[in-house]
Design a protein around this ligand. Structure first.
Ligand SMILES: O=C(O)C(=O)C[C@]1(C(=O)O)C=C[C@@H](O)C=C1
Length: 126
């Protein structure tokens, strides 16, 4: 089986401190049909190696994504504080429509859901 590796960048996408924390430990379900000590679900050692390596890359990418989300939250807070201090409202719906459209164009319908989650992280629930 061939595993494609579309992401090749190795430089950090942000200077923000990655939010690395403890990862959940394996549950009993992870071990039901795999060799002892294997958490990949692979049926061969070769596949297990591919999966383990790719998972390390995913973990590193997730750390960068989390760092970018935290950076976005901080920048969004600057905007909201400036607007509120000037007498405006926290939320600007026309701008949110632009953000939603941007994500939808790039990622399709699930991109809209992702953008909505990001907006909620950045300005709270409305
Ligand atoms: O761009 C703004 O005006 C923001 O306040 C930032 C932001 C965002 O996080 O993208 C947050 C709240 C607004 O409702 C719209 C967008």
């Amino acid at each position: 089986m061939t595993v494609t590796t579309p992401v090749t960048a190795t430089t950090p996408a942000t200077t923000a401190t990655p939010a690395a924390g403890p990862r959940p430990s394996a549950t009993a379900a992870d071990h039901t049909s795999a060799p002892a000590g294997d958490r990949t679900g692979a049926r061969t050692p070769e596949a297990a190696d591919v999966i383990s390596g790719a998972r390390e890359r995913i973990d590193a990418l997730d750390d960068r994504i989390i760092g970018l989300v935290q950076e976005r939250m901080a920048v969004s807070a600057v905007i909201q504080e400036a607007r509120i201090s000037s007498g405006g409202r926290r939320v600007n719906l026309s701008r949110e429509m632009e953000v939603l459209g941007h994500y939808r164009e790039a990622l399709g319908k699930p991109g809209t859901a992702l953008a909505m989650t990001l907006l909620e992280l950045c300005r709270g629930r409305i």
